[in-house]
Design a protein around this ligand. Sequence first.
Ligand SMILES: [Zn+2]
Length: 344
Amino acid sequence: MSSPINFQIVESESSFLDPRSDYTQTTIRFQVRTDPLTKRTGHFSHFVGLTPQKLDLEAYTKPELKGFCPFCPENRGKATPQFLKEIVPEGRTSRNEAMLVPNLFPYEVHSSIVIMTSDHVVPLNGFDETRLFDTLLLGTEFLKRTRKVSPSLPYHLVTWNYMPPSGGGLVHPHQQYFATEHPGNLVMDELRASQEFYEKHGRTFWLELINEEMKRGERYIGETTQAHWFTSFVCFSRLGDILCVFPDVFSIDDFNESHIPSIISGLLKVFRYYQSTGIYSFNASLIFGPVGQQSFPCHFRIVPRSFLNMRDYASDMAFFQIILAEPVCMKLPEQICREVREYF
Ligand SMILES: [Zn+2]
């Protein structure tokens, strides 16, 4: 049976008289891909690439740059808020170095932060199984609590901005956990398209996608116990995105402690790849859909970020992404897959 998933690529080119070669004609190729689920497009161009910029992590510990950090252990007790008793009776919860606190600047009814480490600055190779497990366990236990307190909130999100190029306001490692009715435009687009696919084909898009990616092998990276990892056909970042799907988890109710090592195992491999390519920053998310549906499984996405240069800290997001809502990627997902697979 042929797959209803269509990976559409429009190849095109642009020509000009090139000052670098005595004004002879040069032709540059680019692609526009259409996401097989949402039908949103993404550009792939500028294949000469983007060199991820090295961050001076040591400098972030210097007092003049560090400033006051509410997440450092000596400040947590006084500078972080406590939960209402009906949500977290203990006020805050902790596990080894990790601590769950409310977000002092909430953007949802239940908006929390897990401070991941005691150390203020943690390089990628400083995230071990224990630190990641403690963080994800504290955070997802919080999301499960919100299900009891506010069962009508359908979406549960985990997000992580790591290091300043990602937009993270504090370098001290922390993740956000929140329950919401409004998970964002992209999640809503994906959810609606997943439901439509399910109604039309009687199958789950994401399971079809896993099967199709495994069969094609161009973007399929590997498996970690209960999850499948592959590069995204359309990428949000200039350096390409990696996706991980849990085909048997649809809502936070289906997620349990046994799923956490599966994320960690893949993530540590991705981190080793990032270190090998000089990536110092990323955004990541773990998305849970509503209870009771079978069309939109839980998935994790990690997106590298970098300043374009360190001379004037140019952002890697510009008019394309912000005004046109169109991602631009400088590396093909198939190439990224070949590189990441070395670490799986
Ligand atoms: Zn700190």
